[in-house]
Design a protein around this ligand. Structure first.
Ligand code: GDP
Length: 332
């Protein structure tokens, strides 16, 4: 198969080629999708080399300030850093919080950094898929650290935790009050919990760190390969950034990251397959499905009988579904 014209410049680390390749994978035109998948397949052997870090926290906790501080700190030490976002608010509004260069003024113009806003259209699943693919492209372009940011609401944390090596929750020094607000599900996903803005109230930050440590140890199963840690830092002053990076290194030393990635890829493949099978089934059986759903809603079929009437799929897509009495007769 001929090489895609973007492959060589992207592998040479050209940002313009990377940006264009990401635009290609974000396109919903069928011919672009074919090209995008061919390009991704060609680049896949060159990907996988980055430290993939997921980051979440409520708006205002300091995510952009932290990414700016960490990104510049890493860039000074010779790392190339890419920043991507899975942002459900941009899915809703069609805008993007990440597009704003004022959020990361230093990093957004740094030659060693690449910042890409969240795709501004599509479902969360679609955005998550494109972010995953963008990550592959960034790795192929030689970015050794990929940060994937999400706002602390809803399903996007699970998506981001499912595509990164380690997942970081940013919180505030008043975590005592906040702990109730942090959903248990997010705590269960996180490998590092970081109290930001420690400069504003060092005593509260110490307390919050201790509370998070206790909460995390309660949630961690016995014998887990990594015991999630709580840290504190100030993204504004840079205090604690180095300790954060040391914790990332410790994580990579202790955890079998490639096993984690294999599990993630398997789960993602299953998810894509489920979605494809469901979409194709709905397309092929929309009338039968609608009729069956009506019968379930009116109580003529139980939900289980409704599914049994549709699956294995009826031979024809004519929309014929056994009536309630037939379905119950055949199931008895
Ligand atoms: P985001 O919405 O999570 O991206 O939060 P931002 O990074 O935009 O930060 C929100 C506000 O908190 C901004 O005014 C930041 O300057 C401030 N901020 C962020 N980190 C710190 C910190 O460590 N210390 C202090 N004092 N302020 C901070």
């Amino acid at each position: 198969m001929p090489s895609h014209p973007l492959a060589a410049p992207l592998l040479a680390g050209q940002r313009r080629a990377l940006a264009r390749a990401i635009t290609l994978i974000e396109s919903t035109r069928p011919e672009h999708e074919v090209q995008a998948q061919a390009l991704l397949a060609e680049l896949a052997p060159h990907a996988g080399g980055a430290v993939r870090i997921g980051l979440t926290g409520v708006p205002g906790v300091g995510k952009s300030t932290f990414i700016e501080a960490l990104g510049l700190w890493l860039a000074e030490r010779g790392h190339r850093v890419a920043v991507l976002a899975v942002d459900p608010s941009s899915v809703r509004t069609g805008g993007s919080i990440m597009g704003d260069k004022t959020r990361m003024p230093g990093l957004s113009v740094h030659p060693a950094a690449f910042i890409r806003p969240s795709p501004s259209s599509g479902t969360l699943g679609g955005v998550a898929r494109r972010t995953r693919e963008a990550m592959t492209l960034c790795e192929a372009a030689g970015y050794g650290v990929v940060l994937v940011e999400t706002v602390g609401v809803g399903q996007s944390e699970t998506q981001v935790a499912g595509m990164t090596d380690l997942f970081v929750l940013l919180t505030l020094p008043n975590a005592g009050d906040e702990l109730q607000g942090i959903k248990r599900g997010i705590m269960e996903l996180c490998d590092l919990a970081v109290v930001n803005k420690a400069d504003t109230d060092p005593r509260a930050a110490n307390r919050a760190q201790a509370q998070l440590t206790a909460a995390l140890s309660l949630l961690t199963p016995y014998g887990a390969e990594w015991r999630p840690r709580a840290l504190q830092l100030s993204a504004l002053t840079g205090q604690g950034i180095e300790a954060f990076w040391e914790a990332v290194q410790a994580f990579r030393d202790e955890v079998d990251v490639s096993a984690r990635r294999r599990q993630q890829t398997a789960a993602w493949f299953d998810e894509l397959l489920r979605e494809a099978v469901w979409t194709s089934f709905v397309r092929g059986h929309s009338e039968a499905l609608a009729q069956c759903r009506r019968e379930v809603l009116t109580g003529r079929l139980t939900p289980v009988q409704g599914v049994q009437a549709l699956w294995p799929a009826p031979a024809s897509a004519s929309g014929e579904v056994p009536s309630g009495s037939e379905a119950s007769a055949s199931s008895s």
